[in-house]
Ligand binder design. Structure first.
Ligand code: PMP
Length: 361
């Protein structure tokens, strides 16, 4: 039998483990920050109609530049964040993971580096490695925030070609203020990516980095329809940036990377914006209640602007994780070693989480 080691695989991939959270079929799945509210009957019907309308043209390649969809995404961002973007400043791909890959293919690469502030999203270093970009770990503050001074010091020391700031941050839920992002923009020698995958869940008063785009052509803000739009299965991520950044991305994207079916599904979901963002409000409320409950029970809880909560601390978090799983509740052992992360589910799922946690500590 051939093993991987027998193949002439890239040297830097030897010994690597494939990334991914366990996909376990249990009643309460609160481990991958999915949106628990599946599409309504009306949305399911509209999605079917949208896909049916494209089905007859599947012999043709899709709109290579996804112009209608990008116009819809720009209009959505203008509504959500009070900014003024047009199609020429918004780009889309298969999930924000592909967006991140395209950014690194264009602005990273051999001989170049990318830097992020740990603990943060594990795919940033992983995709950097895949894109042959040297990864540099810098670190967040003790409370998982990021003071401007600390960020600036790390960037001045390492001079990375790409900086990743995740806000709200995964797995801690912490959002950054404009001060830190502006300080990073003022010293970064290359591109600055603010990953706002969880942007819509930010608490009122927390700003979006989209506001900083005018006058900052090296800023890229990434978003996804996986979370707020409850569309993780459809794979649609996007970014907003200067039109020159889009020109760079056109050089690395695969031709026809975004299928007609994906484009149709995403356009339909955008037209259900009001309904879908209503669930975001519910999730934010459920999150705040859960944070309060956890604190009331004596846990340490990181402030959360996201649809998940990092809480602790546990001497043996894996044992707690396992006992919860035995009770049908799947959460995630991720981030700093003594903490666990729970995604915000429906009120019924959170009730199951609370009782399983009480029995598991
Ligand atoms: N960025 C962050 C911070 C994430 O947590 C995730 C998903 N877990 C992604 C990007 C990727 O999301 P997607 O590819 O589904 O858009």
């Amino acid at each position: 039998m051939t093993s991987l080691g027998d193949l002439p695989i890239r040297d830097d991939l030897r010994g690597q483990k494939a990334y991914g959270a366990p996909q376990i079929d249990v009643p309460v799945q609160l481990n991958t920050n999915e949106n628990p509210y599946g599409p309504s009957e009306a949305l399911v019907r509209a999605l079917g109609e949208g896909v049916a309308a494209t089905a007859g043209t599947l012999n043709r390649y899709p709109d290579r530049d996804a112009v209608d969809l990008r116009a819809g995404l720009a209009a959505y961002l203008n509504h959500e964040a009070g900014v003024r973007l047009d199609t020429g400043r918004v780009w889309a791909a298969n999930g924000s993971n592909e967006i991140i890959l395209q950014i690194l293919q264009a602005f990273g690469g051999p001989g170049r580096s990318a830097l992020g502030f740990e603990p943060s999203y594990a795919m940033h270093p992983t995709i950097s490695m895949v894109a042959n970009t040297r990864w540099i770990d810098a670190f967040r503050d003790e409370d998982f925030g990021l003071e401007a001074q600390r960020a600036v010091a790390a960037i001045e020391e390492h001079r990375p070609d790409v900086v990743f700031l995740t806000s709200p941050n995964n797995p801690t839920g912490t959002a950054l203020d404009h001060e830190a992002i502006k300080a990073v923009l003022s010293v970064a020698p290359g591109m600055v990516v603010v990953d706002e995958a969880y942007g819509e869940f930010r608490r009122s008063g927390t700003p979006s980095a989209l506001e900083l785009l005018p006058g900052n052509p090296r800023l890229i803000v990434t978003r996804t329809m996986s979370k707020a739009f409850a569309l993780a299965g459809a794979r649609l991520g996007y970014l907003a940036a200067d039109p020159a950044v889009l020109e760079a991305l056109l050089l690395v994207r695969l031709p026809y990377h975004l299928s007609s079916v994906t484009q149709a599904v995403a356009r339909t979901a955008l037209s259900f914006r009001e309904e879908l963002l209503g669930y975001v409000q519910e999730l934010r409320a459920t999150r705040d209640e859960t944070v309060e409950w956890l604190r009331g029970e004596g846990f340490r809880v990181a402030d959360s602007d996201a649809n998940f909560i990092l809480f602790g601390t546990f001497d043996d978090r894996d044992a707690v994780w396992r006992r919860m799983l035995d009770r049908g509740v799947l959460i995630r052992a991720v981030g700093p070693p003594q903490w666990l992360r729970v995604s915000v589910g429906t009120p019924a799922e959170m009730a199951a989480f609370r009782s399983a946690l009480k029995e598991s500590v």
